[in-house]
Design a protein around this ligand. Structure first.
Ligand code: F6R
Length: 608
C-alpha cells in the first residue's frame, strides 16, 4: 500500500526513481510523484494524479538531481489528485516527504502547525510531516535530528523518506509499521518499500526494523533508534530472480503467476518431504514432537485470500492430524479481545508478510503469551520476523494484486504442516505415504489444468456478461468456492457470492435464475451424490451450471464442465481452485479490466 523509492549517488536520481516506482506500482496506483534536490539548490517536484507512466510523461528532461525521493499512492486521506500526491513540502519548500502509512493524530498536528503559520496545500495526513520536520529543522540541526524530533510527536504508522534542500548529501528514512529497505550499491544507495524496486541495482539489502531510522548517504548508511541509539545492521542478500519481476512474455503478471504454479509448488515442497517416515520436515517450526503433542487446537489468522487459504489449511489439519483447527480473518480477530489459550497454536498467513491487520493479530497473540507460527512468502518481512517460527513458501515474488501462486503454495505449506502434525499424532504410515505421493504429483497435475487455459477462456467469455455468479462447494469445496468468488469479483468486478452447497436451499436458492449462473465444485469424493442433488435443484430452477469436477456430470445437471485431475480427497481443493483462477483471469480480460491493478485495490495492505 503506497510505494516509496529514494536514490543518492553520483548519477541522476530520476531514472531510478521512475523505474523503481513502476516496479512498486502494484502497491498503489492512483497518483505518483518525485522530488530531487537540484544541482543549483532547492527541491524540484513533479506529481500527478494517475499512473507512474503519466508521471514519467510529465517529468521534463531537465528534471535531474543526485538525491531524490518518489512515491506511488493508494489514497487513505483525500481523493487521488495532483495536490494530494506525494511528495509533500513545507512552506519554504526546504523539506520534501514521501510516506506510506497513516498518521493517526494528523488533525491535531495540522491544527497546531496551522496556528504557527503552516499553509496546507493538500488533504493528506502526510503533509503534516513536511511542516513538522521543517519546524524542527532550525539552523545547524542535522536532518536526522529534525526527523527524530518530529516523529516523537507522531502517532501512527509510517515508512518515510525525507529530503532536505539544505542537506542534499543525505536522505533520512524511518520505519514504523510500513516497510523500508535500503539497497547498498557501489558509492550509491537506494531505498524502496520492497526489494522488487532494487534487484536490478543491488542484491545487498537491509530491512529496517520498526522504530528504526537511517541516514543514507552515497557512501553508506547509519541506522539508529527513535531515542538516538546507534543500531548495527548487517546486509542480507536477496535471492529472488530478476526475471520474477517481469511479465516474461505473458500478457499480464497474473497469467504468468498462474502458470508459474507447478514450479512454485515444487519450491514449497523442496526438501521437505520425508519418504522414509512418510512425513514432512519442517525445522523452522521450532516445535519438537513433545511440544506438538501438547497442542489441543490450531487457530489460523490471515486476511482475504490468505484467510481462505487458512480455511483450507484448517480442514487439512483437522483431517490429517485430528486437531481441531479454525481460520479467522486477522482483521476481526485483533479487534475482539480474543481469548488466547496456552494449548492453542496460532498460525499467521501472509504472502507479503506486511499486512497490517495480520501483523497486529500476531502482536496481540504474543502480547498475551501465545505462540505464533508464520506461513509467509516474503523472507525477512515484518510478520515473518514477529513470529516464533514458521514456514517460508518460496513461491517467488507475487506482483499481480490478486494472489494466485502464493495462495496455492500456502495450501501446500498447510498440507506439509498437517502431514507433520498428523504423523506425530495418529496418521498411519500408509496414510502418510498416500499424502506424500499425492503432494509429489501436484506440479504435473497443475500443468494438466493449465493446459486447459484456452478452453477456460472460452467459457469465461460466455459467463463474463452475467449479472453475477454463485460459487458453491461442500465442506472441503466451500473454501474453494470462497476463493473462486473472491478472485472473480476482485479482478473482473462481476458480483460473486460463495455459499456452502448445503446452505443453498436455506435462502440463496431464491437468487438462482438464468442470469445468475453457478460455478459448482463437484469433487469425486464421499459427498459426490449430495453435490449432484444440489445441481439438480439448481437446474430445476432454470439455473445455468458450470461444474468443476473429476467426472463430467450428466448434461441435465451441468451446462459446462471443467475436468480436473484427481488427487487424494484432502488435497483435491488445491487442484479444484486452479481453473477458478483461470476463469477469473479470462473473465477480467474479456471485460477489458486492468487485470494486474484492479480498481480501488493495492497489494500489501499496510494500513488498518
Ligand atoms: C486477494 C488478495 C488479498 C490478500 C490479502 C492478504 O487476491 O490478494 O485478499 O490475500 O490482502 O495479503 P497478504 O497475504 O499479503 O497478507
Amino acid at each position: 500500500m503506497c510505494g516509496i523509492v529514494a536514490y543518492i549517488g553520483p548519477k541522476d536520481a530520476t531514472p531510478f526513481l521512475l523505474e523503481g516506482l513502476a516496479r512498486l506500482e502494484y502497491r498503489g496506483y492512483d497518483s505518483a510523484g518525485v522530488a530531487v534536490t537540484g544541482r543549483t539548490g532547492g527541491i524540484k517536484v513533479r506529481k500527478v494524479k494517475g499512473r507512474v507512466a503519466d508521471l514519467a510523461a510529465a517529468v521534463p528532461a531537465r528534471f535531474k538531481g543526485a538525491t531524490g525521493i518518489g512515491h506511488t499512492r493508494w489514497a487513505t486521506h483525500g481523493v487521488p489528485s495532483d495536490a494530494n500526491a506525494h511528495p509533500h513540502l513545507d512552506n519554504a519548500e526546504r523539506i520534501a516527504v514521501v510516506h506510506n502509512g497513516i498518521i493517526e493524530n494528523a488533525d491535531e498536528l495540522r491544527a497546531k502547525l496551522a496556528a504557527d503559520g503552516a499553509v496546507f496545500r493538500s488533504e493528506t495526513d502526510t503533509e503534516v510531516l513536511g511542516h513538522l520536520i521543517a519546524a524542527h529543522a532550525a539552523e545547524g540541526v542535522e536532518l536526522e535530528e529534525a526527523v527524530r524530533a518530529a516523529l516523537g510527536k507522531v502517532v501512527g504508522t509510517y515508512g518515510i523518506a525525507v529530503l532536505d534542500a539544505e542537506q542534499p548529501d543525505r536522505i533520512v528514512v524511518a520505519r514504523n509499521g510500513s516497510p523500508i529497505v535500503l539497497g547498498i550499491g557501489e558509492k550509491e544507495m537506494f531505498v524502496a518499500s520492497d526489494v522488487s524496486a532494487l534487484v536490478r541495482y543491488t542484491r545487498q539489502v537491509v530491512h529496517l526494523e520498526d522504530g528504526e531510522l537511517a541516514t543514507v548517504r552515497a557512501d553508506g548508511f547509519r541506522t539508529f533508534t527513535e531515542d538516538a541509539r546507534t543500531t548495527h545492521r548487517q546486509p542480507s542478500t536477496v535471492d529472488w530472480e530478476i526475471d520474477s519481476y517481469d511479465t516474461g512474455g505473458y500478457e499480464h503478471f497474473l497469467l504468468k503467476e498462474i502458470h508459474e504454479q507447478p514450479g512454485s509448488v515444487e519450491r514449497t515442497l523442496g526438501g521437505r518431504l520425508d519418504e522414509r517416515f512418510a512425513t514432512a520436515h519442517l525445522g523452522g517450526l521450532n516445535l519438537d514432537a513433545r511440544e506438538l503433542r501438547e497442542i489441543r487446537r490450531v487457530k489460523i489468522l490471515g486476511c482475504g485470500s490468505a484467510y481462505y487459504a487458512g480455511e483450507m489449511g484448517a480442514q487439512l489439519i483437522e483431517e490429517l492430524a485430528r486437531i481441531p483447527a479454525h481460520s479467522e480473518p486477522a482483521s476481526e480477530f485483533r479487534y475482539r479481545n480474543p481469548v488466547i489459550e496456552a494449548d492453542t497454536l496460532y498460525i499467521a498467513v501472509s504472502q507479503s508478510g506486511e499486512t497490517y491487520d495480520t501483523l497486529a493479530a500476531v502482536q496481540e497473540v504474543k502480547r498475551k503469551g501465545g505462540r505464533v507460527l508464520g506461513v509467509v512468502n516474503t523472507v525477512g518481512s515484518a510478520i515473518a520476523r514477529e513470529c516464533d517460527g514458521g514456514i517460508y513458501l518460496h513461491a517467488g515474488p507475487e506482483i499481480s494484486v490478486a494472489s494466485t501462486k502464493a495462495f496455492t503454495s500456502t495450501v501446500v505449506a498447510f498440507a506439509l504442516i498437517a502431514l507433520h502434525f498428523g504423523r506425530i499424532h495418529d496418521l498411519s504410515p500408509a496414510d502418510g505415504r498416500r499424502i506424500v505421493s499425492a503432494l509429489k504429483a501436484l506440479p504435473d497435475q497443475i500443468r494438466e489444468v493449465l493446459a486447459q487455459s484456452d478452453a477456460i477462456a472460452e467459457l469465461a467469455a460466455e459467463y463474463a456478461g452475467s449479472e453475477g455468479m454463485m460459487f458453491i462447494g461442500r465442506v472441503r469445496g466451500y473454501p474453494v468456492a470462497r476463493e473462486g468468488a473472491q478472485k472473480l469479483k476482485e479482478i473482473s468486478y462481476v458480483h460473486a457470492e460463495a455459499y456452502p452447497a448445503s446452505e443453498l436451499k436455506h435462502g440463496p436458492l431464491a437468487l438462482i435464475s438464468p442470469e445468475l449462473p453457478t460455478v459448482a465444485l463437484v469433487p469425486d469424493d464421499e459427498l459426490l451424490d449430495k453435490n449432484l442433488t444440489t445441481l439438480g435443484e439448481i437446474k430445476a430452477r432454470s439455473g445455468r451450471v458450470l461444474a468443476v469436477a473429476h467426472r463430467r456430470p450428466e448434461t441435465k445437471l451441468a451446462d459446462h464442465c471443467i475436468l480436473v485431475p484427481k488427487s487424494e480427497p484432502e488435497l483435491d481443493p488445491l487442484l479444484l481452485n486452479i481453473p477458478l483462477q483461470l476463469l477469473a483471469y479470462h473473465a477480467a480480460v474479456a471485460l477489458g479490466r486492468d487485470v494486474d491493478k484492479p480498481r480501488n485495490l493495492a497489494k500489501s495492505v499496510t494500513v488498518e
